[in-house]
Design a protein around this ligand. Sequence first.
Ligand code: UD1
Ligand code: UDP
Length: 382
Amino acid sequence: MNPIRVMTIFGTRPEAIKMAPLVKELQGRAGVQSICCVTAQHRQMLDSVLDIFHLRPDYDLNIMEPRQTLSTITSKCLLGMEGVLEQAKPNLVLVHGDTSTTFAGALAAFYRQIMVGHVEAGLRTWDKYSPFPEEMNRKLVGDIADLHFCPTAANRDNLAREDIRDGVFITGNTVIDALKTTVVKDYHFAIELLNHLNYEHRKIVLVTCHRRENYGQPMAHIMTALRRVADAFPEVELVYPVHLSPVVREAAGKYLSGHPRIHLIDPLDVEEMHNLMARAYLVMTDSGGLQEEAPALGRPVLVLRRETERPEAVAAGTVQIAGTEEEPIYQMAARLLTDETAYRAMAHAVNPYGDGRACARIVDAIEWKFGLRPQPPAAFGA
Ligand code: UD1
Ligand code: UDP
């Protein structure tokens, strides 16, 4: 019997981090032929992940442009995928999450009537402009996909609200699989600054902020609050690996540069990032991935957004929504820096997003779908 030809398509840093362990799992199965296609919606930040996980894509669309728009990303991906799908003829295409690469990859496969599997399916805020454009991307991919790999039961329930009930599997999030391979106890950082931070006697606040809906006023408010935190608390060292988006870099430079305890650094490779997170006192972020990783590492998170599609860690008490207004962000951070009881209540490790076996479940489900297994995998958390 011919192996199942499974093509993974991804293009940005977070998709790569979360798809890398899945590509490895696909490569390790005798009944599967793994084909990896990157759009390179991100160039440097993608390559950094490919290097760390020793992945060599079979196809690379190399689409990134400085200050690219949603339309250019989507149209370049869509056109580029046409030739790739024609040549590779996969039986199944796997896309991840909610980026423009995800949407265009799924659409390109649909146009050729190729089966689509959606990894990290079913996350919703029910607000089509927040996160923007991600909420709409994942809804549209939900309609296109034939297989839906939901991290949690709540994600499955979200799909049921949209009448999507077939081909749905609860697998856990593959990011927890990735995290298990990167965090080590005696990690030595390649970036010297990170070796020299005083993790015992200073409070290291790890910051990231990049979302499109935060561009402009929200980002100005967030960054003003962060600077106030650094000013008010001499024990705080704020470490912010700044996303390569020129919009973000301009804002970070404007509001946060020139402070002795605010370290604006280049994006970290994923091993450095995960090990820094494991040692940080507090995480302040508008990132999706960090909201999943930090709870697993027992680090409290303040979310620099108005809502989240990841309510599980909020319910578990390790994540709070701080919003995008200066005063509440400052007050919530100040509380966690001064109130030991409030801090301890949040700083405990929880794993609502996975147990490190999401990729195995996803590939088991694929093998079942293609008749290579008698049973689908048991759900994560079952
Ligand atoms: C994209 C995703 C977002 C995801 C984020 C993860 C879309 C619409 N947005 O947003 O969902 O949360 O990635 O980081 O899909 N750049 C570089 N080098 C890089 C990466 C980016 O120079 O390696 C610069 C380029 O100027 C690029 C800009 O950043 O045009 C923005 O990148 P883009 O992918 O459009 O948006 P993100 O904000 O990264
Ligand atoms: N990350 C990284 N280096 C950084 C910042 C983030 O490796 O400098 C990792 C982070 O640990 C997580 C992922 O990138 O795994 C999150 O990506 P991002 O915040 O860009 O996107 P989102 O998750 O919000 O879509």
